[in-house]
Each structure stands twice: as structure tokens, then as C-alpha cells.
Design a protein around this ligand. Structure first.
Ligand code: NOJ
Length: 567
């Protein structure tokens, strides 16, 4: 049994991520806001989640929907005011919910005062808050940018005849973490939010903070893989350790780093408790599974296999089995909807596959993160036209392909499965015109399937809905520590249809059977003792064979087992 010091709320909590722009609009401007979240706190509480992560709500010109911050200590006016924020935080705490905010400090907005100063002259005291490369030094070595139309992270700025670095859009200049003043500014800002009572941070691309400011040519071993190079900056652990000493260690808070490029071999360096850095981080192995090699935003041609999916989870579980802690997610604001991607959103299988994915995440070791709308099984919208997109990532990729004369229709097809806007469509509250999200024009189109199967209102009434299944299974996780801390063991690791595993803590053992396929399958254990069904997303078909389970398409079942013996 984990002892009291090993047990903690960060591990036992279930996280619910909200993209505020898309959650609930109370003003009629078509953009979600803080008062909208306040209105829905009882609903959120009813899900059985414990921690809310809000995507950035700070002042921003919204080049990248809030990931370009122009004032770290103010609320985006579209979302409300600081007093709305205070009320929201109190409303959460009154209900026993915790709040983690997004910390976006690899870059700021180019409209942040620091950058305005920095770009104004080479002598400005803020000059070294960012990375500048004067033209006299020649052309800087290549650096890749996620959102730049030319994929070039260096932008020439006439005013001081220099280039500045931007790993993301031209409006997101990278902050210079090598400058102690920048780090101090960030730590002060973190104290500001912690003093208000915030319970933690999700840290945007935290693995990218440290940079070699000589900007050498990309070292050979990283050829074709800028992301891993960005994540391996020499001082990253010094900075995280410093941040922990200066800020995090002073509060009872939670940290989850977004860590693209961090390899499994280096994972514990970030989250080993003895190193005092982060509590956990998001890796991207699963998120790359259905993408082309080296092309993070393009879908791979063949379909991913269950064995590949399972191996990712098994490998990462093993890393944190004794030290550190993992985070589990199937979707977020940067990727398409979980059920469309890892399940099957056809009419026939949508419900079972959505609930199968809930069963999966809530029976694995690690802190589970759910993205708003997943609890009702929201699906990809699959826009037909570039006009419907709002995301800078899709829009700029489209521009650059257009310049190259590439096949734009093929790109639109790709985006139906890959685009981030699939996951950003407004929350589907009911069956009215804009799904109860807004009385105005929504900033991004609402998925028309709110009219039929996918809305909170229609699912509330149905005890067998995806929503009510979600509530049941969050409760089951909470009541069974084995599902949180128990050892994870895979059964039949080569099976391409059924993902089966056990979770065991002392005498408590659970067997989880997940049929990830659209066919009925049989799954046999060599031997097992009497089992009790804890939950299943469809009625169980009894087999006349003692050791056989028959699983319907996308059936998920959790059993309590006495002494499972698997040979
Ligand atoms: C990762 C965030 O999740 C994503 O939405 C954003 O575009 C980039 N970082 C840049 O901040």
C-alpha cells in the first residue's frame, strides 16, 4: 500500500481540461468566458473530476489563442476580469476542486511590454530578454519553427537590423532563459498566482526553455529532429530545479510539464522526486503514433496497430513504476478528438468506443487528463473548407503548401483527421441552435451532431449514456486505490484486438479487458479464479468455456479478480 508520503492529491486526482474560448459564452460575443465556467462548476463537479486545467486566460492578442501572452498578470478581456477570476477560483475551492493554470514562458507575445522594449533598440535594458542575432554576424544557423509559413524560426526585424528567434509564430518570440532577470520575472509572476491560491501549473513546452545561445549548426545526431534537440538544452534541469527551489517548493502545488522531445531515457531526470523539478509531464509518443515520421502534423498512411499503442503505455508505465509519476491523456487542444482518433466515431461504435477509452484512462497508472467534451464523446468536426478553420497551425500550413504548389485538397483531407480545430469546437450543452454554447455567432462552428447524439442535455437523461458511464467510472477509480497505484501487468501483449491488463495492489486485483476492434472477439486466460464484474459498457455475453471472455465490438469490462494466475 503506498504510504502517506507517497500518496498525494496530484496522483489521485482526475484532471478536466477546459479550453475557455469554447466552453460557455455568457455575453453573446461567441467566445467562451470565465463566467461561463463559473456557471458550469456544479456540472464539472458532478463528473467526479478533481482538478481543472485552464488553457491560457491571460491578456493576449490571440495569434495562437492565448499562447501568446502580452500580460501575464491580467485576464484576457474577452474572457472577463480579475474579479471574475477570483470568483471562479473561490467557486472551485468551495466545491473541493483545484485549479491549474497554463504557464507559457518559453515565449511571450510580441505585444508584451518586454518585447516592445527589447525590439526598440540594441541598447535597451530588455534587449537580452529575447534571443537576437545581429545581421553583421551573417545569417543565423537554421532553426525550425512550428507555425512559420517558411518553417523558419528566425525573423528579421528592421528596427534594429537583427533577427529574433521564434520557435512558434512570428508573434511568439522566445524568451531568453539564459538571462537571470527573465527567470526572476517568471518566478515573481508564479508567486503572484500562487498567492492568489492557484493550485499548480501546466507548463507549456517546458522542455524547450534552455538554448545554446551561440546557435550552432544543428548537431548531426539531431538531423531531421529539431524537437528532440530543442528539448535537450544544456541548462534545462538547472532551470527547473531553480524554479522548484525558488517557487514551487514553497506551496502545495502540482506541476505538469508539456515536454515534447523528451525521450524516455531522460524521463526521470524531470520527475524523480529526489531531483526537485516537476511532478509529471506529458510525453508525445502516443500523439506521434498516427503521424508520418518527422512530420508531426501529417497523418501516417497505414493505420496504427493496437500492439504499438499498448507498447507505448507499457514502456512509460515501467519508467515510473518505482520513481516519478506519469500523466495519461488521449486528447487535448492540440490534437483531434480522442474517440475519432483512438476509437471509432461511426454511429454504430461511437458510444462503446468512447466509453472504452474512458475505461482505459481511468484504470491505468498515472494521473488521467480529460479534455472538455470527452465526457460526452465529442467527435472531430472534419471541416470541408479552409474558411472554416481558425487555427494558425492549419492556416499557415495551408499558406505554405499553397506557395509550394502542393496538393491542397489532400491537405484538407489530412486536416479532417489531424487539425487542432477538431478539438476546439464549442462544448455541446444542448440541442438548441449553437448547442447552448452561445446566443451569438460562435467563434468556431459547432459540431452539428449536438442535434442528435452528442450533448450534455440529451445524455443527462439516459442512464446508459457516455456521460453517465464517465461518472460511474470516475467513482470506481476513486474507490479503488489499486486502480491508481496498483502494479500494471499486460496479458497477451501481441494481441491486435484486445488490450488486457491487470492492476494489483496487495490483495486487490482488477482485470481490465478492452476490445479495441469492431468485431466480436474471444479472449482466453489460461487460468483465473472467480471474478466479479465491476463495470462494463455493454451487456456481457456469457461463454460456456470456463476461461473464455467474449467481447462485443469495443466492449470494455473491468473485473475484480481473486488471485489471477496467468501462465
Ligand atoms: C503548446 C500548446 O499546447 C499549443 O497550443 C501552443 O500552440 C504551443 N505550445 C505554443 O505555445
Amino acid at each position: 500500500m503506498p504510504n502517506k508520503t507517497q500518496r498525494n492529491w496530484r496522483k489521485e486526482g482526475i484532471v478536466y481540461q477546459i479550453y475557455p474560448r469554447s466552453f460557455k459564452d455568457t455575453t453573446g460575443n461567441g467566445i467562451g468566458d470565465l463566467r461561463g465556467i463559473i456557471e458550469k462548476l456544479d456540472y464539472i463537479k458532478s463528473l467526479g473530476v478533481d482538478i481543472i486545467w485552464l488553457n491560457p486566460i491571460y491578456e493576449s492578442p490571440n495569434d495562437d489563442n492565448g499562447y501568446d501572452i502580452s500580460d501575464y498578470r491580467n485576464i484576457m478581456s474577452e474572457f472577463g476580469t480579475m474579479s471574475d477570476f477570483d470568483e471562479l477560483l473561490k467557486g472551485m475551492h468551495d466545491r473541493g476542486l483545484k485549479l491549474i493554470m497554463d504557464l507559457v514562458v518559453n515565449h511571450s507575445s510580441d505585444e508584451h511590454e518586454w518585447f516592445k522594449q527589447s525590439r526598440s533598440s540594441r541598447e535597451n535594458p530588455y534587449r537580452d530578454y529575447y534571443h537576437w542575432w545581429p545581421v553583421e554576424k551573417g545569417k543565423p544557423n537554421e532553426r525550425w519553427s512550428y507555425f512559420d509559413v517558411e518553417s523558419n524560426a528566425w525573423k528579421y526585424d528592421e528596427q534594429t537590423n537583427s533577427y529574433y528567434l521564434h520557435y512558434f509564430s512570428v508573434k511568439q518570440p522566445d524568451l531568453n532563459w539564459e538571462n537571470p532577470k527573465v527567470r526572476k520575472e517568471v518566478y515573481d509572476m508564479m508567486h503572484f498566482w500562487f498567492k492568489k491560491g492557484v493550485d499548480g501549473f501546466r507548463m507549456d513546452v517546458i522542455s524547450f526553455l534552455s538554448k545554446d545561445t551561440t546557435f550552432p549548426e544543428l548537431p548531426k545526431k539531431y538531423k531531421g529532429d529539431f524537437i528532440t534537440y530543442y528539448a535537450e538544452g544544456e541548462n534545462i534541469h538547472n532551470y527547473l530545479n531553480e524554479m522548484n527551489n525558488e517557487v514551487l517548493s514553497k506551496y502545495d502545488v502540482m506541476t505538469v510539464g508539456e515536454a515534447p522531445g523528451v525521450t524516455i531515457d531522460n524521463a526521470l531526470k524531470f520527475v524523480d522526486e529526489d531531483r526537485n523539478e516537476l511532478d509529471m509531464f506529458f510525453h508525445f509518443d502516443l500523439m506521434s503514433l498516427d503521424r508520418s515520421e518527422g512530420e508531426v502534423f501529417m497523418m501516417r498512411k497505414d493505420k496504427w496497430k493496437l500492439s504499438e499503442f499498448r507498447d507505448i503505455f507499457s514502456k512509460w508505465d515501467a519508467v515510473f513504476a518505482k520513481k516519478g509519476w506519469g500523466s495519461l491523456f488521449l486528447s487535448n487542444h492540440d490534437f483531434p478528438r480522442a474517440v475519432s482518433r483512438w476509437g471509432n466515431d461511426s454511429h454504430q461504435y461511437w458510444k462503446n468506443s468512447a466509453t472504452l477509452l474512458h475505461t482505459f484512462l481511468l484504470t491505468m497508472r498515472g494521473t488521467p487528463y480529460f479534455y472538455y467534451g470527452d465526457e460526452i464523446g465529442m467527435t472531430n468536426i472534419r471541416f470541408e473548407s479552409i474558411e472554416d478553420y481558425r487555427d494558425i497551425n492549419t492556416l499557415n500550413k495551408y499558406e505554405s503548401l499553397k506557395k509550394e504548389g502542393a496538393d491542397l485538397e489532400a491537405f484538407i483531407e489530412n486536416e479532417k483527421e489531424a487539425a487542432r480545430d477538431n478539438a476546439r469546437t464549442p462544448m455541446q450543452w444542448d440541442t438548441t441552435k449553437h448547442a447552448g454554447f452561445t446566443i451569438g455567432e460562435p467563434w468556431l462552428k459547432v459540431n452539428p451532431n449536438h442535434l442528435t447524439r452528442i450533448s450534455v442535455k440529451s445524455q443527462e437523461k439516459d442512464q446508459f449514456s457516455v456521460l453517465n458511464y464517465f461518472r460511474r467510472i470516475t467513482k470506481i477509480r476513486k474507490e479503488n486505490l489499486a486502480l491508481i497505484y496498483g502494479e500494471y501487468k499486460v496479458l497477451d501483449s501481441a494481441n491486435e484486438q484486445v488490450y488486457a491488463y491487470t492492476r494489483t495492489l496487495e490483495n486487490d486485483c482488477f482485470l481490465i479487458l478492452l476490445n479495441f476492434s469492431a468485431s466480436q472477439v474471444s479472449f482466453s486466460l489460461n487460468s483465473f479464479n472467480p471474478t466479479k464484474l465491476i463495470i462494463s459498457n455493454s451487456t456481457v455475453i456469457e461463454s460456456d468455456q470456463d476461461n473464455e471472455f467474449l467481447l462485443k465490438p469495443y466492449q470494455a469490462s473491468v473485473y475484480k479478480v481473486d488471485n489471477l494466475i496467468v501462465i
